[in-house]
Write a protein that binds this ligand. Structure first.
Ligand SMILES: NC(=O)c1ccc[n+]([C@@H]2O[C@H](COP(=O)([O-])OP(=O)(O)OC[C@H]3O[C@@H](n4cnc5c(N)ncnc54)[C@H](OP(=O)(O)O)[C@@H]3O)[C@@H](O)[C@H]2O)c1
Length: 277
């Protein structure tokens, strides 16, 4: 594994997602942690209405907690005064841990940003979370967040970003980097969408992956971490897929291959609203 050193934290560049994570995905996660160093785990109270956190908790309690970096997300409807503390405590209980490393507002919704920041900071002060951040915030949302007292302490914005969805490269990712907010890419393998098939069956992708002894999936991940400045999380139910996805993933993509990929899957040359799932 390679790491991003960010605000004194050593964060694995590639972590394990848990959308639809169940007990049957445990072997894949244990393989990812044990063999590939995927010690960053991403979850949300929304996933399976808490059941993903619960299934993850069985793994969390069986490994050295300090070796993990757990990212969790609170629903906008729960991130408010009177609700956030209980919500966080429920997640901690399901995850079988007494702290979350990074707690994100799952999406903006109708959140009162000042209230949310205050609540997040209260959780940091109480030792229940170590850092807080947001998810699915576009540039204009980040600008508004930074206007709020304490808003610039936001650690991370978790966003949709992959080879087939590169809109965030236009202004959001540069903005985040300039303002000291860590970008974290979700759905790096295009989820289970048609785009996934389009990318993985693309002749240029297959040719480059083959030449570099990667799989199409590891090439997609290599593309995201190419500058070692974006963290990403993928999900799989299969230990074999973890192995294939991580194969040679940190081997640099040669400039001519990168150029060919960029031409095949170009970044937009004007602002597009941030895509979301
Ligand atoms: N903040 C947000 O709003 C948000 C939104 C979406 C996701 N997320 C987070 O990001 C994580 C990752 O995103 P995601 O789950 O949407 O999508 P993803 O990781 O891009 O793709 C997951 C899909 O790819 C398949 N896959 C993975 N490796 C494969 C391989 N080698 N061969 C064939 N299929 C493969 C998986 O199926 P198999 O199980 O068959 O491998 C699964 O269907 C989520 O789990 C979640 O933690 C956050």
């Amino acid at each position: 594994m390679e790491y991003l050193i960010f605000k004194d934290e050593r964060i694995p560049l590639i972590g394990f997602g848990s959308y639809r994570f169940t007990d049957s995905d445990t072997d894949a996660l244990i393989y990812g942690i044990g063999k590939c160093g995927m010690s960053l785990i991403d979850t949300a109270e929304m996933y399976g209405d808490g059941s993903s956190e619960e299934a993850l908790g069985k793994v969390v309690s069986a490994v050295d907690r300090k070796s993990l970096f757990i990212v969790d997300k609170i629903l906008p409807g729960n991130a408010k005064k009177g609700l956030y503390l209980e919500s966080c405590k429920r997640s901690l209980e399901r995850l079988k841990t007494d702290y979350i490393d990074l707690y994100l507002l799952h999406w903006r919704g109708d959140t009162d940003l000042a209230d949310m920041v205050y609540n997040m900071e209260s959780l940091v002060s109480a030792g229940l979370i170590r850092h807080w951040g947001v998810s699915n915030f576009d540039t204009c949302d980040m600008e508004e967040l930074f206007m709020v007292e304490g808003g610039s302490d936001c650690f991370c914005d978790q966003i949709l970003y992959n080879l087939a969805s590169r809109g965030a490269e236009y202004d959001l990712i540069p903005w985040l980097k300039e303002h000291g907010v860590m970008p974290m890419a979700y759905s790096p393998l295009c989820n289970s969408s048609k785009a996934r098939v389009k990318v993985t069956s693309d002749e240029i992708v297959k040719e480059i992956a083959g030449k570099e002894m990667k799989t199409p999936e590891s090439l997609m991940l290599s593309f995201i971490v190419r500058n070692r400045d974006i963290v990403t999380v993928f999900k799989t139910s299969s230990a074999d897929h973890v192995e294939g996805n991580m194969r040679n993933v940190f081997e640099a993509v040669p400039a001519e291959d990168l150029k060919a990929l960029e031409q095949r899957f170009p970044a937009p040359c004007s602002k597009c609203p941030l895509e979301k799932i």
